[in-house]
Design a binder for this molecule. Structure first.
Ligand code: NAD
Length: 420
């Protein structure tokens, strides 16, 4: 069986420090670990993980490995790999196939290694990102299907793909939409993406956000968070949407709402967060002002048409780490941050630890749920049971010294009945 492949094992000490810091700030995952993950459920079970390799994801895999699982992890691509963390993980008993120097074209090969390692000779549960592992399990690794108990999915985009597979009747094992847990999308997509996207743009450019016209494309959970943080920093925020209700929501939240081609002319910073393709294209680039900054926070890397940007440009150069400047024929300079990929991961450390503490508590419980309940679950997309979501929220409130009330029996009866 293939052992870990990382860029440089000597980088491990820095990685250990990062993982320890994440562990110290993850009270929810630590409580869930102590309460639920020590009952032997994971003994001898393979857990295949596709997630960016950084300290918080690393800590999730460490927790699962300590619970007895044989954990193998790879990143959805080399731009999401911190080599020191990968090296440290390999020392902590997790099998890692990840190097920032890998060719992006080889990402599937690393994910296939994860599948081979985790489900090659034992039953396995998958923790997936944008459906990478599950897609391969249903195509190039169909021989492993019978040993996969199920998968949980981290992202909005991945869940959309699983729903498509369910509609076509091709899903061969149950999937839990971890993304759709309230303790995930209400915090991770909204506050996590909001804070870390702005952090990534500010760190990469070292420019001010306050006073600038920020255009947010997509007003879903991520877009709402981005607009809120940009506004909090003093930006003047405009929103572009295709859903009129979401557009109206943005208006009611105090933002201008306008078509993207019009926003192209006024924006100084553009941030896509739709999960869709071709959101900013040549039609927009040709109207943008000199100096415009472009970044993508959506889960797919086709929101900004980077090939189209390259085509309209007469030249391109890296002006700062993670910032590429494209010059147009009429002399305007457009600045792309983080290559048009998920900017808070390519150009920053990702979400704050406290946010991922909630998300990964959910992921650990999804994996636990699948490992225990898979036999009674249909091959479709499942929501996490409400009690699990409630428990994660209660644990977090407890960790910050807060709490909520419980309904009295009278109140429960009143709310459930219709006679009064
Ligand atoms: N950067 C991160 O760390 C991070 C975190 C969570 C989710 N995501 C990803 O961000 C994307 C959005 O996630 P979400 O939870 O906000 O999804 P969502 O479904 O709640 O919102 C997406 C919004 O985009 C709108 N939209 C679609 N096409 C559009 C277009 N062409 N122009 C303008 N608006 C358009 C939709 O109407 C919808 O309101 C997904 O790809 C998700 O996987 C990224």
């Amino acid at each position: 069986m293939q052992e870990s492949i990382v860029r440089d094992p000597a980088l491990a000490p820095d990685g250990h420090r990062k993982i320890d810091w994440a562990a110290e700030h993850s009270p929810v995952l630590n409580t869930i670990r102590d309460k639920y993950l020590k009952d032997g459920t994971f003994e001898g079970v393979g857990v295949g993980v596709a997630l960016p390799i950084e300290a918080k994801t690393a800590y999730l895999t460490v927790v699962l490995a300590e619970a007895g699982a044989d954990v193998a992890v790879a990143s959805p691509g080399p731009f999401f790999v911190q080599d020191d963390v990968a090296a440290a993980l390999a020392e902590r008993g997790v099998t890692v196939y990840a190097s920032s120097e890998n060719d992006p074209e080889d990402a599937d090969r690393e994910l296939e290694r994860v599948l081979d390692r985790s489900a090659g000779d034992r039953e396995a549960v998958l923790i997936d990102d944008r459906a990478g592992l599950v897609r391969l399990a249903h195509t190039t690794r169909r021989n492993l299907l019978e040993r996969i108990r199920g998968a949980s999915e981290e992202t909005t985009s991945g869940v959309a793909k699983f729903r498509a597979m369910e509609r076509e009747g091709v899903l061969e094992f149950p999937v839990v939409a971890a993304n759709d847990a309230r303790c995930k999308y209400l915090f991770d997509n909204r506050y996590g993406t909001g804070q870390s996207t702005l952090t990534a743009i500010m760190q990469s450019t070292n420019l001010m956000v306050g006073g600038k016209r920020v255009v947010v494309l997509g007003y879903g959970w991520c877009g709402k968070g981005i607009a809120r943080y940009a506004s909090g920093l003093g930006a003047r925020v405009s929103v572009c949407e295709v859903d009129p209700v979401r557009g109206l929501e943005a208006y009611a939240d105090g933002f201008d709402v306008l078509p993207a081609v019009d926003a192209a002319e006024i924006g100084e910073i553009f941030i896509t967060a739709t999960g869709s393709t071709g959101v900013l294209t040549a039609a927009h680039f040709e109207r943008m002002r000199d100096g415009a900054i472009l970044a993508n926070a959506g889960g797919v890397d086709v929101e900004i048409d980077v090939d189209g940007l390259t085509d309209v440009a007469t030249g391109a150069r890296e002006v700062r780490r993670n910032v590429e400047e494209f010059t147009t024929a009429d002399g305007r300079r457009l600045h792309l941050v983080g290559r048009g990929m998920v900017v808070n991961l390519t150009a920053s450390d990702g979400h704050p630890i406290e946010i991922m503490d909630l998300t990964f508590a959910i992921q650990a419980l999804c994996a636990n749920h699948l490992a225990n309940e898979h036999a009674s679950m249909e091959n479709r997309v499942h929501l996490l049971p409400k009690e699990i979501d409630d428990e994660v929220a209660t644990t977090k409130l407890d960790a910050v010294g807060m709490g909520v009330d419980a309904l009295t029996p009278e109140q429960e009866g009143f709310l459930a009945g219709w006679r009064e």
